[in-house]
Design a protein around this ligand. Structure first.
Ligand code: DC
Length: 213
C-alpha cells in the first residue's frame, strides 16, 4: 500500500521520452510539486562515485547505502534530495559518469526500497507529479492518474543530442526494462501517449484531459 491521500500523477516512460518536461509543466500549472525519481537515483549514484565505490559492486553500494541519509524536500515546487547533507547540482547528476552507473545502482533492490519510501513521503504532504520508470506500477499503484509517455528511439536519441548530452539511452533502456526489481513497464491502467510528433503543450493537454475527465 502506498497510502497516498493527495492528488498523485504518475508519469512513466523510457529515457528522453519527454516525460520530465511534461511533468514539470503540469506540476507548475496545477501548483503541485514536481519530483524526478530518476534524479533521486542519480543523486545516490553521484554519492557512490564521490565515495570511489564501483556502481557494479553491489555489496559495496549496499554498505554505503547503510551509512547514507537522504533528506528530501522541495524548492520552488521542485523536489530536492540531499545526500548526507550535500545537495548535488543538476550538472553533477546529468553527466556521462552518472549516466554510466545509474542503471546499475537503480537495479539494486535495497536502493529502491529506500528511495521508494522517500518518494511516497512526498504524497503524504501534498499533491505531486512524479516521473520515472515504476511510479504507476510500484510506487503509487492506487492512483487513478497513470501515464506512460513514449517516443520513438530515433526521436529520443535526437532529443538527448540536442541537449548536448552523450547518453547511451538504448543501453540504459535495455537495463531498465530487463532488470528484476521494478522494471520499466506500462502500468495496465495507464494512458499511453506517444510524444514523437507532439509538442510539450500537446502532451500536457492530453494528460490534463484525462485528469479533468
Ligand atoms: O529518468 P532518468 O533518465 O533521469 O533516470 C535515471 C535512471 O534512474 C534510469 O536509467 C533508471 C533509473 N530509474 C529507475 O530505476 N526508477 C525510476 N523510477 C526512475 C529512474
Amino acid at each position: 500500500m502506498s497510502g497516498e491521500t493527495s492528488l498523485v500523477i504518475a508519469i512513466d516512460g523510457p529515457a528522453a521520452s519527454g516525460k520530465s518536461t511534461v511533468a514539470k509543466q503540469l506540476a507548475a500549472e496545477l501548483q503541485i510539486v514536481f519530483v524526478s525519481s530518476g534524479g533521486m537515483y542519480r543523486a545516490f549514484t553521484w554519492w557512490v562515485l564521490e565515495n570511489g565505490v564501483d556502481p557494479a559492486d553491489t555489496v559495496a553500494v549496499e554498505a554505503l547505502l547503510e551509512k547514507t541519509v537522504f533528506q528530501c524536500g522541495e524548492e520552488n515546487n521542485i523536489g530536492t534530495i540531499a545526500v548526507n547533507g550535500r545537495l548535488p547540482e543538476w550538472k553533477q547528476l546529468a553527466n556521462d559518469r552518472v549516466n554510466g552507473g545509474v542503471s546499475l545502482v537503480a537495479a539494486i533492490p535495497a536502493v529502491r526500497l529506500r528511495l521508494v519510501d522517500e518518494q511516497r513521503a512526498y504524497a503524504r504532504k501534498r499533491g505531486v507529479v512524479m516521473e520515472g520508470r515504476d511510479i504507476g506500477s510500484v510506487v503509487f499503484p492506487d492512483t487513478p492518474y497513470k501515464f506512460y509517455i513514449d517516443a520513438s528511439p530515433e526521436v529520443r536519441e535526437r532529443r538527448r543530442r540536442a541537449e548536448g548530452i552523450d547518453d547511451s539511452i538504448a543501453a540504459r533502456d535495455k537495463m531498465d526494462s530487463s532488470r528484476e526489481a521494478s522494471p520499466l513497464v506500462i502500468p495496465k491502467d495507464a494512458t499511453v501517449v506517444d510524444s514523437s510528433h507532439l509538442t510539450v503543450e500537446e502532451v500536457v493537454e492530453k494528460v490534463k484531459e484525462v485528469i479533468v475527465g
